[in-house]
Design a protein. Sequence first.
Length: 298
Amino acid sequence: MSTAWSWYIIIGTVLSMLGCFWLIFWSNKQRASDEEIKESEAHVWDEDIRELNNPLPMWWLWLFILSILFSAIYLAVYPGLGKFAGISEWSQHDQYNQEVAAAEAKYGPVFAKYGAMEVVDLVSDPKALGIGKSLFANYCSQCHGSTAQGARGFPNLTDNDWLYGGEPAKIEFAILNGRAGVMPALAPALGSESDLDSMVEYVQSLADGQDTSSPAHAKFVMFCSACHGADGSGNQLLGAPNLTDDTWLYSSAKAEIRRGIVEGRRGDMPAHSQLIGPDRARILAAYVYSLSYDSAAH
Ligand code: HEC
Ligand code: HEC
């Protein structure tokens, strides 16, 4: 915050507090004069209710005065007035850092113990998996869902269908370094609208094998196979999904397949190494691995 803004805030805040004080005292002075009381004889309802300009009751005024005093004390002790840090010098950052340091001191050794173990050993440790589950809820569920079953554009981590591979090292790599699956917009390369339509149909029919009689077959080989493979079964080195199964990262609907070809696709999983460090990444990798481990052919 620049010094000018800081002063702007300080002066604005202090002036409005003084203004409130003044308003309270000013309105308190407006007591009904004898004249007013006399005039009001004309405005009597229900026998004894009169219209008079009386001040607010004192207890009510005191509430206002006390809240203004409270804000003055608060602003003196805590940060709030522009760049003034407050007498206590309390700050959100310091408190956060202290809490993080305390948590690190408490849980760090536990994480370090599991972080030194191999994923395949952690999978059979219920305590490690329990920790993994709550780490997942904290760091991953906003994208992959609380049950890790994913959503449109966010892969399901509980099945055996992997964009990049389901080995422990692959999962851990994804967590530490992130992943970015990129598919360029390809509609212009395909030609006309009807070429686009037949490509969409071709993709939908890939589950039944390659229809070499389709006009789109040659174009698929030319424009798509570098990433998705000639048979459409995908490429885990690039994160290019298998188009021959019935698991879809986006959707099997015509409009969605078409949209992907017209606009391209970009799946972005952020790197987490800075945020969580290697120990927690190892525990999380074990947790994710365990989700499909049972159903895997082990
Ligand atoms: C901001 C959203 C986001 C967050 C947070 C996130 N992910 Fe992801 N994740 C994605 C996306 C999107 C992909 C697919 C990337 C692609 O399409 O290339 C992905 C891919 C993955 C993959 C690869 C899946 C495969 O099929 O190969 C794994 C494993 C994974 N995430 C685990 C995690 C874990 C564990 C966490 C928590 C530490 C996490 N993700 C947090 C969005 C996220
Ligand atoms: C440069 C590599 C590349 C090329 C070329 C490419 N794709 Fe893709 N494609 C990808 C990647 C990577 C994804 C996953 C995008 C993501 O993670 O969000 C994808 C996603 C898709 C999807 C979504 C699949 C799902 O499960 O929802 C379809 C459909 C698709 N591509 C079809 C095609 C077709 C048809 C072509 C040729 C016209 C093509 N792709 C060319 C890399 C490519």
